[in-house]
Design a protein around this ligand. Structure first.
Ligand code: SF4
Length: 429
C-alpha cells in the first residue's frame, strides 16, 4: 500500500496531526484486533477532524463489519483486500476494479499482482507474500471467511520481487501466506518455469538460486503440508533457515477435533520426530490457542503434557477470541476469562523454559545472524536473529547493521529470552 501511494504521487509525513489521509490496515483475527482498529480511527478523527480515514484489511471485508466501520466519524472509505495493492490509484480517484488479473498462461485460478514490492522501509527483513486465502475451515477462524480460497502467486512474479529485494541488500526474505504450505496447489496448468507443477519446496529452492548473500525463512506451515521433500530442502539448502513454524493449537485430541484441525496428536508427534531425526537441532516453533470452548482442566493438562513431549523451541500463545460467523462461536463450554489468563501464564512460563533450554544448547556454537538496523535501546548493543530464530545481543560497530554475520552464542539472556553472542571472523561470513 505504501508503494502504491508513493507511485501515485502521495508523500509520507511524520506529522500525524496533519495528514490528508490515514490508512489503517486492519486485522480481524481477534476481537481485540477489531477494537484496536475502531480506537485508532477514533483517535485520528480526534487529532485531525478534517483528515480522511481509510480502512483496509480483513476487518473491512465483511458487510456487517464495514457498516460498523463506516459509522465511525471521519471514516471516508473502506478499501477491500482486492483493492489494497492499487490503493494509491483508488485514493487518487482513478478507481481500479480489481488488482488481480490472469497470468500470461491464462491458468484459471492463478492470479498476478500488478504491484511488485521493491522495499520494506525501516525493516531489515523483507516479506514476500506468495499465497493468499485458505481452503481449511478451522472452527475458530475468521480469516478463511474473509480471505477466500487458497490462491498462489505465479513464480515469475515472486522471483521478480525476490530478485529486486535481494539487490536492494536485504539479507533475509520471509516467504509468507495465509496458508503458505498450500502454495502451488491451485496451479492447474503445467507450463510454469519449472516445466511442471511446483510446491513450496520448489519455489524456496528456486529463490535460493538467486545470486547473493541472503537467507530464506518460511513462515507458518500447517502440519499437513510439511512433506518429506520440504524437510529435505530445509536440511540440505544452505540458504534456508533451519527453522520451521508448525501451529499445534492444542495437544488434546478432542479439542483438535472440535477445532476442525486436520491432524491428530499422534500424527503431529510423528512429524516432529521425523523432523528431529533429519535435523536434531532444528528450531521448531509453534502456536498454542488457549481457552477454546470445551477446554477443561483435563484437556489443558493434556496440552501441557504434549508440549513437554514435543518441546518447541518457542511458542506463540493466543487466547481464544469468539468470532462472529465461525462455527466455534456457537459452541457450548465457554472458558472463563480468569481461567484463560491463568493458563496463558502457565504457557508463557513454559515457553521461557523451552526457549532458554534451546538457546543454551547452542552455547559455544557458531550461527549466522542478521543484525538489525536499530541498536537495542537499553544496552546499546547490536541485536538480531540467528537462522534458528534465537534473538542475540552482541557488541560491534554500526557497520554490521543489516548484515548477515557469523556469531558464537556465549550465554543465555534469561531476562530478555534471548542470547549473548560475539561476532566471529571479523563479521565476515
Ligand atoms: S488453516 Fe485454519 S487457522 Fe489457518 S487460516 Fe486456514 S482456517 Fe484459519
Amino acid at each position: 500500500m505504501r508503494e502504491s501511494m508513493l507511485r501515485n504521487g502521495f508523500v509520507e509525513t511524520d506529522r500525524v496531526d496533519a495528514c490528508d489521509f490515514y490508512i489503517i490496515n486492519s486485522c480481524t483475527v481477534t476481537r481485540n484486533a477489531d477494537r484496536d482498529t475502531r480506537n485508532l480511527a477514533r483517535h485520528f478523527n480526534k487529532i485531525n477532524p478534517s483528515g480522511k480515514i481509510v480502512v483496509a484489511g480483513c476487518y473491512a471485508e465483511l458487510d456487517a463489519d464495514r457498516e460498523t466501520l463506516s459509522a465511525i466519524p471521519g471514516v471516508y472509505r473502506i478499501v477491500r483486500n482486492s483493492q489494497k495493492p492499487g490503493i494509491g490509484a483508488v485514493l487518487s480517484g482513478e478507481e481500479i476494479k480489481c488488482h488481480l488479473r490472469k497470468t500470461e498462461a491464462g491458468n484459471a485460478g492463478v492470479e498476478k499482482n500488478i504491484l511488485t514490492i521493491t522495499d520494506f522501509k525501516n525493516r531489515n527483513r523483507a516479506f514476500i507474500k506468495i499465497q493468499d486465502g485458505c481452503n481449511h475451515k478451522c472452527s475458530y477462524c475468521k480469516v478463511s471467511l474473509v480471505r477466500g480460497p487458497s490462491r498462489s502467486r505465479v513464480p515469475s512474479e515472486i522471483f521478480e520481487e525476490a530478485d529486486c529485494i535481494i539487490k536492494k541488500g536485504f539479507k533475509e526474505i520471509v516467504l509468507t501466506g495465509i496458508c503458505l504450505g498450500a502454495w502451488g496447489m491451485d496451479f492447474k496448468g503445467d507450463r510454469f518455469e519449472s516445466g511442471g507443477k511446483m510446491d513450496l519446496a520448489d519455489i524456496a529452492e528456486e529463490i535460493s538460486e538467486i545470486e547473493g548473500l541472503f537467507r530464506i525463512r518460511l513462515s507458518s506451515i500447517e502440519p499437513i503440508y510439511v512433506t518429506d521433500r520440504l524437510i529435505n530442502v530445509i536440511k540440505d539448502n544452505g540458504k534456508l533457515c533451519k527453522h520451521i513454524h508448525i501451529p499445534l493449537q492444542s495437544g488434546d485430541g478432542r479439542i483438535l477435533k472440535l477445532m476442525r484441525r486436520p491432524y491428530t496428536t499422534l500424527g503431529f508427534r510423528q512429524l516432529i520426530k521425523k523432523l528431529r531425526r533429519e535435523m536434531p537441532d532444528i528450531a521448531f516453533t509453534t502456536d498454542v490457542l488457549v481457552g477454546f470452548p470445551g477446554e477443561d482442566d483435563g484437556s489443558f493438562s493434556n496440552t501441557l503434557k504434549f508440549l513437554r513431549e514435543i518441546k518447541p523451541s518457542r511458542m506463540h500463545i493466543f487466547s481464544y477470541s469468539e468470532r462472529r460467523g465461525t462455527a466455534a462461536s456457537g459452541y457450548y463450554g465457554k472458558v472463563e476469562k480468569g481461567i484463560i489468563s491463568k493458563r496463558v501464564k502457565i504457557l508463557l512460563d513454559l515457553n521461557k523454559e523451552f526457549s532458554s533450554e534451546y538457546t543454551a544448547s547452542f552455547i559455544g556454537k557458531t550461527q549466522s545472524a542478521v543484525i538489525e538496523s536499530e541498536r537495542d535501546r537499553k544496552g546499546g548493543c547490536l541485536s538480531g536473529y540467528t537462522d534458528r530464530y534465537i534473538r542475540i545481543f552482541t557488541d560491534g560497530s554500526d557497520c554490521f547493521k543489516n548484515m548477515l554475520v557469523p556469531v558464537t552464542i556465549t550465554g543465555v539472556d534469561y531476562a530478555r529470552n534471548a542470547a549473548f553472542a560475539r561476532l566471529d571472523n571479523g563479521g565476515i561470513m
